[in-house]
Design a protein. Structure first.
Length: 136
């Protein structure tokens, strides 16, 4: 394993490894780093909903208001919510689809992005087409 990229099990007949698919965490980390470099005055933050927790911590967080399905990232100044998925294999849950529909109904841009490159393209397009009506 090199630079945090997980390798797929198995190899081709030629002995070469199959192409690695980065995790959702890796895709999101790269996107957030890019976004903060590209738009230093615009705040982006993560909603830490996806981690496994002990039952006692999960119960405490639930009573504090944590809810399943809230998108991973929010750019308040742009009204943009992003649910990150890995480029292959990521599935949108029922709760995530419900939140995305809810947020869109309130007038937010709420999208699912499969990988860092798609998230970059969505952010740049959103910035060009929509952000003039927001604060930044």
């Amino acid at each position: 394993m090199r630079s945090g990229i997980k390798r797929c099990k198995g190899a081709t007949r030629a002995g070469m490894e199959k192409e690695a698919v980065r995790t959702e965490h890796e895709e999101q980390r790269e996107f957030v780093q890019w976004f903060r470099r590209e738009y230093p005055g615009v705040r982006i933050f993560a909603v830490p909903n996806g981690e496994q927790r002990s039952p006692s911590v999960a119960c405490r967080l639930k009573t504090e208001g944590v809810m399943r399905g809230v998108p991973d990232l929010f750019v308040p100044a742009w009204g943009l919510w992003i649910e990150m998925k890995r480029t292959k294999g990521g599935v949108v849950s029922v709760e995530q689809a419900d939140w995305i529909e809810y947020l869109q109904g309130l007038g937010y841009a709420a999208v699912v992005c499969r990988g860092c490159d798609e998230a970059k393209a969505v952010a740049e397009k959103h910035r060009r087409e929509v952000v003039s009506q927001w604060r930044v």
